[in-house]
Design a protein around this ligand. Structure first.
Ligand SMILES: NC(=O)c1ccc[n+]([C@@H]2O[C@H](COP(=O)([O-])OP(=O)(O)OC[C@H]3O[C@@H](n4cnc5c(N)ncnc54)[C@H](OP(=O)(O)O)[C@@H]3O)[C@@H](O)[C@H]2O)c1
Length: 297
């Protein structure tokens, strides 16, 4: 049994399909239990006795985390710690997800996995505490640090931009934060490849890997690419890509500070798994096509 936590979320939902060929998969949603409650988590683990746990549950509301640090800590730090302890005691594999927000966003070069961390926000600090607990368990867990996750379903930047572009005739979007948009399906596909490798050879693949598409952009240029890509697919919108204006982060104040440089080097995961990850623009085209299908049906 492969247990996927957060299976109503962007990555968790995509994992239900990509992990299916590897064996029986059980997805956990809120209806199964509150993962912020350690007793409920223990009962779920005892019930399902997974040989592998893929932890896609997290408290991902970055701004709300500033005013709800205890809930963020429970989901992002205590839950992975508990899963790692259970995996150690029961000989299970653990795959966990983390974030670009564990870095401080300085400089303009892609972060390597062994770079010093320096989270700026409650979300980033609690996610880092989760990574550290998983690594400290010494169970050969895999941690994928990803960034700018989006998809045809869920709460994400692509869907927000499509909605706004159908309602407004002008948008201002931050143009000084750099990173790499990464669809949930890409993360789920690579997770399945990694898990297949890991199930065959438990010692291979362990530790932290960055997992994003290739290339880099800003939120502003990402929003332009979304709007022009949707237009090319015949989606009726109220505005075109050139009606998106760039603004600095300083003009878009938010409760949680964001890293300006979220570029992540993916060389490590590509070499470990023999992959050549797709460019973010190609992945966006495919995701927009999924979304068009999704809304037409
Ligand atoms: N989203 C991003 O841009 C991004 C960027 C970098 C890294 N990551 C990391 O990638 C991973 C997957 O992110 P995602 O975008 O797929 O997240 P997501 O869509 O927010 O999904 C997280 C899931 O966890 C569930 N969850 C939260 N609190 C819970 C609780 N107390 N009990 C049970 N379930 C609970 C959520 O349920 P509800 O929907 O009911 O709340 C949701 O289904 C996370 O580790 C995240 O930190 C995400």
């Amino acid at each position: 049994m492969i247990l996927v936590t957060g299976s109503d979320g962007q990555v968790g939902y995509a994992l239900l399909k990509t992990l299916a060929p590897l064996g029986a998969v059980k997805g956990l949603t809120r209806a199964d239990g509150d993962l912020a409650n350690a007793e409920e988590v223990a009962a779920l683990l005892d019930k399902y006795q997974p040989r592998c746990i893929v932890n896609a549950a997290a408290y991902t509301a970055v701004d709300q985390a500033e005013s709800h640090p205890d809930t963020a800590q429970a989901l992002n730090a205590q839950l992975p710690a508990q899963l790692a302890t259970w995996a150690k005691e029961n000989g299970a594999l653990l795959v966990h997800y983390s974030t670009d927000y564990v870095y401080d966003g300085s400089g303009d070069q892609p972060w390597q996995e062994d770079a010093p961390t320096g989270p700026l926000s409650v979300y980033g600090k609690t996610k880092l505490a989760g990574d550290e607990a998983v690594l400290a368990a010494g169970i050969g867990a895999i941690i994928f640090r990803t960034s700018w996750v989006y998809g045809a379903r869920g709460r994400n930047f692509m869907l927000t931009m499509l909605k706004l572009a159908s309602e407004r005739d002008q948008l201002s979007v931050v143009s000084d934060q750099w990173g790499t948009p990464t669809p949930a399906w890409m993360i789920a596909e690579v997770t399945a490849i990694a898990l297949r490798e890991k199930l065959g050879n438990a010692k291979a693949l362990a530790g932290v890997y960055h997992l994003t598409c290739r290339g880099e952009t800003t939120w502003c240029d990402f929003s332009r690419a979304i709007i022009s890509g949707a237009g090319d697919l015949g989606v009726p919108l109220n505005m075109s890509a050139d009606q998106v204006s760039p603004i600095p982060t300083a003009e878009y104040p938010a409760p949680a500070p964001r890293p300006l440089n979220s570029r992540l080097s993916v060389t490590r995961v590509e070499q470990a798994l023999g992959l050549e990850l797709p460019d973010w623009r190609y992945a966006l085209q495919l995701t927009l096509r999924d979304w068009v299908e999704f809304r037409n049906n």
